[in-house]
Design a protein around this ligand. Sequence first.
Ligand code: IPM
Ligand code: MG
Length: 359
Amino acid sequence: MKKILVLPGDGIGQEIVAEAVKVITVLQQQHGLQVTLEHDVVGGTAYDQKGSPLPDDVLAKAKAADAVLLGAVGGSKWESLPIAVRPEKGLLGLRAGLGLFANLRPALLYPQLASASTLKPEVVAGLDILIVRELTGDIYFGQPRGVRTLPNGEREGFNTMVYRESEIERIARVAFDSARKRNKKVCSVDKANVLECTELWREVVTRVAKDYPDVQLSHMYVDNAAMQLVRAPKQFDVMVTGNIFGDILSDEASMLTGSIGMLPSASLNEKGQGMYEPIHGSAPDIAGKGIANPIATILSVAMMLRYSLAQPELADHIERAVRKVLDQGYRTADIYTDGTTKVGTMQMGDAIIAALRHG
Ligand code: IPM
Ligand code: MG
């Protein structure tokens, strides 16, 4: 029996994960999914209850699980805490503690939402990009880091962008392997014209590409990539990049699809364990209002079924159910357009469950 650890986290995390758990329950009851669920706290909620954004026992449970389903962390309530105990440290601690180096962030435009994108429908119609973001290295984790006081009394903040060859190589392989299952194109994003660290990145990715002669590799500087994503996003198939560039570009890519509330993600380690979460944050401004879009989290369950639970058919089943409710015209506020039916978080979850039951 596979074990899933459920960590709703903070803000809308609570509401959207509740809907995703309902989806898992239907799959257990009606489709023979054999999993056990365990629930715990992370982020600001964990800090409030247990004094740490990632209590030791929660990390231990995550390590023992086959997969982790995470909502979101963070909120203004905890913003003045020292950085070491902020909610975000809970998320980063899980990524580092489980060695989740490969972050897959698909940006897929559902045709029903073409008019919800801020870009022209013809620019985004048919969009299907996979961003492969390295998740356990780079300036996020590099040492030294901190704020120091100079002899003249002025303070100076510093972080370190660092990548080892082995780290670059393993994420490049994830990108090339993923491209083989798609349109066989990889665009590696760096800032090799300025940063030595990413010059090495480019060199290593080019070397790894020799093992994948059937995949076409291109390179792009990150500033140009940011521009190309809004100019002509359909030129991309798989984009591979480091932690900080991937953080930024994946938020940008999400807007091509209409809403950040639609995008799931998978973070995988070398053992195939994974953590699954929407790419959006805890949205404190709408938390508790019952209006957040649960689709990104529900689609994250589909990714979990595909990558950690070896249930690709059930993953397809969820994705079909999401398509069906979009066809039926149900929209949460973030994807609402004239002529569709505005629903809240629970109603959206219920509509997806109804589609699952009858699909
Ligand atoms: C993300 C988030 C996180 C990140 C934050 C919450 C630490 O923005 O998953 O993209 O920067 O990686
Ligand atoms: Mg981000």
